[in-house]
Design a protein around this ligand. Structure first.
Ligand SMILES: *[C@@H]1O[C@H](CO)[C@@H](O)[C@H](O)[C@H]1NC(C)=O
Ligand SMILES: *[C@@H]1O[C@H](CO)[C@@H](O)[C@H](O)[C@H]1NC(C)=O
Ligand SMILES: *[C@@H]1O[C@H](CO)[C@@H](O)[C@H](O)[C@H]1NC(C)=O
Ligand SMILES: *[C@@H]1O[C@H](CO)[C@@H](O)[C@H](O)[C@H]1NC(C)=O
Ligand SMILES: *[C@@H]1O[C@H](CO)[C@@H](O)[C@H](O)[C@H]1NC(C)=O
Ligand SMILES: *[C@@H]1O[C@H](CO)[C@@H](O)[C@H](O)[C@H]1NC(C)=O
Ligand SMILES: *[C@@H]1O[C@H](CO)[C@@H](O)[C@H](O)[C@H]1NC(C)=O
Ligand SMILES: *[C@@H]1O[C@H](CO)[C@@H](O)[C@H](O)[C@H]1NC(C)=O
Ligand SMILES: *[C@H]1O[C@H](CO)[C@@H](O)[C@H](O)[C@H]1NC(C)=O
Length: 681
C-alpha cells in the first residue's frame, strides 16, 4: 500500500515540478525519506546507512549529512551521473571505494567533514584522484595526519578550495600542497601545526585565503606570500611576525594575528593593500621609551633564525622597520588588550585611511594626537580601559578628527579632555564613564568662581549618546546638557549628580529615549522627581535608589523597559498600570524591594495584563512580619494570616478596620471582579 502511494506521488511530483519552473515557483516535494527541490535532494538526518538508490537520476545536488553511511561504494552513486555537489558531513564514513566516483565525473563540490577517513585513507585517496573537475573539498575533522593529507591531495590539481580544519596535522612542508596549483582558499584551522617549512605554499600561486588559526605556530618569519589577500593566524603562540624585506606589492588586505604572543608590532610588508590589521590580545609594546634607551636608534632587536644547522642573527632597529611599511590603505586597526604604554611619534600619521582604531585595554598613560597626523577618516576611537590621565589633541583649523563619531574613554584616569575637542567633529557617542570628571558649568565655589576642571558638553549639537556612569559627578547644573541632542544618557553610580532632583535634565527631557539613573541617590522625598516631561522615554533604569513610593509621573510614560530593583517600594500602584504605562510596558525588573506580602493586588494585576514580563520574577520577594518570602508561590499560611480580620497590621494605620472588612467581604463574594486579586492571595 505504502509503496503504491510512493510511486504515485513521485510521478505526480515530477510533472508538477516541471510546470512549477515555468511559473517561477520553487516546489518542494517528497521522496520516501528525502526532500526534493528541483535537482537538489535533501536527505539530511534520516538515519540512512546507504545512499538512496531511487532518487531521480538527473539530480545535481545531494545532501546526506548526519546519517550513518560507513562506505561509499563503487555502486553507490552510479546512477547519479549529473551530480555536482555531494555532502556527507557527519556520517561514519571510513572508506570511499576507488570506483565510487567513476560515474560522477562532474562532481565539483565534495563535503566530507567529520567522518573517520583516516581509517582507509590510501584507498579513499585513489577514489579522490578520479575527480578531475573537483573544485571544493572539505576534509575537516577526519583525524588526518600530514602524511595522510599528502597522499589524499596528490593530483587534485583542479581544487580551488580546501578545508583540512580540525585534523591532527603537525608540520607542513613543500610536498603537501605541491599539486594544488589552482588553490585559492586553504583552511588549516584547529590542527597541531608547530612548524611550516619554507616553500610550503610556494606553488600555490593563486592562494588568496589562508587560515592557520588555532595551531601552535611560534613565529612567522620571511613572510613572502605576495598573492595572499587574507591571512588568519589568530590563536597561535606567535611571538614575531616578519615579512620579507622586498619592495614587491603584497595583495594582503586582512591580517589577523589576534590572540598570540606578539612582543612587537609586526614588521609588515613595505607595500601592501592592508585594510584590516587585527592584533588584539598580544603582548605588544613599543620600546623606545625603555628606562635607559636614549634614542630611537638604541632600540634594536636581534632575531635568531635557525634553519637546519645554520643560525643567523638578524638585527633590526624596530621602529625604523615599522615606519618603512606603507599603511595608507589601513582602515581597521585593533591593538586592544596589549601592553602599549605610548604610541611612537608619527605612528598614526601614516594611516591616512584609518576609520576604526581600537587601543582599549592597554597601558596608555598619555596620548597626543598631533595636527600633523590628521586622522581625517577616523570614525571610531576606543581608548577605554587604559590609564590615561592626559589626552592632547592638537586642534587644526578644520579639526583634527572631523569624522569622529564614537569616542570611548571609559575607565581611565581622566579629569578633563581638551577644551573644544568635540567641535568640528561628527561626534554622536561619548563614553566617559569611570573617570573622575565633572561637567561644566560647575557650581560656584566659595569665591564665586567656577571650578576650572570640568568637561563642557554644552552645544555639542551632534551628541546623541552620553555615558557618564561612575564618574563621581558633583551636582549637575541646570544647563549642563543644553544644546545637545541626547537620546541616551547614563548617569548611573553618581550619588550626588541629581541631589536636587531631575531639574538638570529638563533641557533634554523630551528627546531622551534611554535613561539610566541607577544608584543616583534618588529618593521619594526629593523636591523634583517629576518624570512627566520625558514623553519619548522608552527605557528607564531607577534601580539602586531609595524610592519609597512609585513615582506617579511614570504612569503617563510610554516606557518599554523599567528597572526598579533595589529600592524601598512597598507596592506598585495598580492604577499606574491601568494608564499609559501599563499599555506600553513589556519588560520590568522588581526584585529586592520590601513589597508587602499582604498588599500584592498589584502583583496579580500585573500578571493578568500578560503583556508585562517581569524578568526577575523568581527573585521578587515580599515582607511578612519581618520575614522575606518569595512572592511566587506564597505559602497558604501567609495568605490566611493576611486575611485574618483582627491581624495587627502595623502599616495599615487608620485604614486597618476598613481593610479587614473588605477581606471579610472577599471570603463571601469571591467572584467579585474588583477584588479578584485578593483571591490569588
Ligand atoms: C571498485 O572499483 C575499483 C576501481 O574501478 C576496483 O579496483 C575495485 O575492485 C572495485 N571494488 C569493488 C568492490 O567492486
Ligand atoms: C598524477 O598525474 C600525473 C599526470 O597527470 C600522472 O602521471 C600520475 O600518474 C598521477 N599520479 C597518481 C598517483 O595518480
Ligand atoms: C580568524 O579565525 C578565527 C577562528 O576561526 C575567527 O574567529 C576569526 O574571525 C577569523 N578572522 C577573520 C579576520 O576572519
Ligand atoms: C639603567 O641604567 C642604570 C645605571 O646606568 C642601571 O643600574 C640599570 O640597571 C639600567 N636599567 C636597565 C633596565 O637597563
Ligand atoms: C649542516 O648541513 C649541511 C647540509 O644541510 C651538511 O652538509 C653539513 O654537514 C651540516 N653540518 C653539520 C656540522 O652538521
Ligand atoms: C643568513 O644570512 C645570510 C647572509 O645575510 C643569508 O644569505 C641567508 O639566507 C640567511 N639564512 C637564513 C636562514 O636566514
Ligand atoms: C566603551 O568601552 C567599554 C569597555 O571597553 C565598554 O564596556 C562600553 O560598552 C564601551 N562604550 C560604548 C559606548 O561602546
Ligand atoms: C518588613 O516589615 C517589618 C515590619 O513589618 C519591618 O520592621 C522590616 O524592616 C521590613 N523588612 C524589610 C526588609 O523592609
Ligand atoms: C527553474 O529553472 C531555473 C534555471 O534552470 C532554476 O534556477 C530554478 O531553480 C528552477 N526552479 C524550479 C522550481 O525548478
Amino acid at each position: 500500500m505504502e509503496s503504491v502511494f510512493l510511486s504515485l506521488s513521485l510521478s505526480l511530483v515530477f510533472i508538477v515540478a516541471g510546470w512549477g519552473n515555468k511559473t517561477g515557483m520553487v516546489l518542494a516535494t517528497y521522496h520516501r525519506t528525502c526532500k526534493l527541490v528541483h535537482r537538489a535532494v535533501d536527505c539530511n538526518r534520516r538515519w540512512q546507512g546507504t545512499v538512496p538508490e531511487d532518487l531521480p537520476a538527473d539530480i545535481e545536488v545531494l545532501f546526506l549529512d548526519h546519517n550513518t553511511i560507513r562506505t561509499l561504494k563503487n555502486t553507490s552513486l552510479r546512477q547519479y551521473q549529473n551530480l555536482e555537489t555531494l555532502s556527507l558531513r557527519e556520517n561514519r564514513l571510513e572508506l570511499i571505494e576507488p570506483g565510487a566516483f567513476l560515474g560522477s565525473r562532474d562532481l565539483k563540490n565534495l563535503f566530507l567533514a567529520d567522518n573517520t577517513l583516516f581509517t582507509n585513507y590510501s584507498v579513499t585517496a585513489a577514489a579522490l584522484r578520479s575527480l578531475q573537475t573537483l573544485r571544493k573539498l572539505d576534509l575537516s575533522g577526519n583525524h588526518l595526519t600530514e602524511d595522510m593529507v599528502t597522499t589524499m591531495l596528490c593530483n587534485l590539481s583542479s581544487l580551488e578550495s580546501l578545508s583540512l580544519a580540525r585534523n591532527i596535522i603537525m608540520r607542513l612542508d613543500s610536498s603537501v600542497f605541491e599539486s594544488l596549483s589552482q588553490l585559492q582558499e586553504l583552511n588549516l584551522e584547529k590542527n597541531y601545526i608547530y612548524e611550516i617549512e619554507g616553500g610550503t605554499f610556494e606553488g600555490l600561486q593563486g592562494l588568496k585565503m589562508l587560515n592557520l588559526a588555532y595551531n601552535y605556530i611560534p613565529c612567522i618569519v620571511e613572510f613572502g606570500l605576495t598573492q595572499l589577500k587574507m591571512l588568519n593566524a589568530s590563536n597561535n603562540i606567535i611571538e614575531w611576525f616578519l615579512a620579507v624585506e622586498v619592495d614587491a606589492v603584497f595583495e594582503l588586505e586582512t591580517l589577523d594575528l589576534s590572540h598570540n604572543r606578539l612582543l612587537f608590532f609586526p614588521l609588515l610588508p613595505r607595500q601592501s593593500k592592508l585594510r584590516s590589521l587585527l592584533l588584539r590580545d598580544n603582548e605588544m609594546s613599543f620600546y623606545r621609551k625603555l628606562p635607559n634607551a636614549t634614542s630611537l636608534m638604541d632600540v634594536t632587536v636581534q632575531f635568531l633564525l635557525i634553519e637546519g644547522n645554520t643560525t643567523n642573527v638578524t638585527t633590526l632597529s624596530l621602529w625604523e622597520e615599522v615606519s618603512l611599511s606603507n599603511l595608507s590603505s589601513l582602515n581597521f586597526l585593533d591593538m586592544s588588550q596589549n601592553q602599549i604604554r605610548y604610541l611612537p611619534d608619527g605612528f598614526l600619521g601614516r594611516m591616512t585611511s584609518l576609520s576604526h582604531l581600537k587601543l582599549n585595554q592597554n597601558c596608555l598613560e598619555t596620548l597626543h594626537i598631533q595636527e600633523r597626523e590628521p586622522l581625517g577618516m577616523l570614525t571610531d576611537l576606543d581608548l577605554s580601559q587604559n590609564q590615561l590621565s592626559e589626552l592632547h589633541v592638537d586642534l587644526g583649523s578644520e579639526g583634527t578628527l572631523p569624522n569622529l563619531r564614537l569616542f570611548n574613554l571609559s575607565a581611565n584616569r581622566l579629569q578633563r579632555v581638551p577644551p573644544n575637542i568635540f567641535t568640528h567633529t561628527e561626534i554622536t557617542t561619548v563614553d566617559l564613564s569611570h573617570n573622575h570628571i565633572d561637567l561644566c558649568p560647575q557650581q560656584a565655589n566659595a569665591n564665586g568662581a567656577e571650578y576650572p576642571i570640568c568637561i563642557d558638553l554644552r552645544n555639542v549639537t551632534s551628541l546623541r549618546k552620553l555615558y557618564l556612569a561612575g564618574c563621581g559627578l558633583e551636582m549637575v547644573a541646570s544647563n549642563t546638557f543644553s544644546g545637545t541632542s541626547l537620546t541616551h544618557l547614563d548617569l548611573s553610580n553618581n550619588q550626588r549628580a541629581l541631589a536636587r532632583g531631575l531639574q538638570p535634565l529638563k533641557d533634554i527631557a523630551l528627546m531622551l529615549q534611554v535613561l539610566s539613573l541607577r544608584n543616583t541617590g534618588l529618593s521619594s522625598t526629593m523636591e523634583d522627581i517629576d518624570f512627566s516631561g520625558f514623553q519619548n522615554l522608552v527605557s528607564l533604569d531607577l534601580s539602586e535608589n531609595s524610592l519609597t513610593s512609585f513615582p506617579e509621573s511614570l504612569s503617563g510614560l510610554k516606557l518599554h523597559t523599567l528597572d526598579l530593583r533595589r529600592n524601598r517600594l512597598p507596592s506598585l500602584p495598580q492604577h499606574s498600570m491601568q494608564k499609559q504605562l501599563g499599555r506600553s510596558l513589556s519588560v520590568l525588573y522588581l526584585s529586592q524591594n520590601p513589597f508587602d506580602c499582604c498588599k500584592l493586588e498589584w502583583w496579580d494585576f500585573l500578571h493578568s495584563l500578560r503583556t508585562v514580563r517581569v524578568v526577575d520574577r523568581g527573585q521578587v520577594t515580599c515582607n511578612y512580619s519581618s520575614n522575606i518570602i518569595n512572592t511566587v508561590g506564597l505559602p497558604e499560611s501567609v495568605l490566611q494570616s493576611c486575611r485574618a480580620p483582627g491581624r495587627n497590621y502595623s502599616q495599615c494605620g487608620a485604614g486597618c478596620p476598613a481593610l479587614s472588612m473588605i477581606w471579610g467581604a472577599c471570603h463571601k463574594h469571591t467572584a467579585k471582579g474588583s477584588i479578584k486579586s485578593l483571591l490569588y492571595l
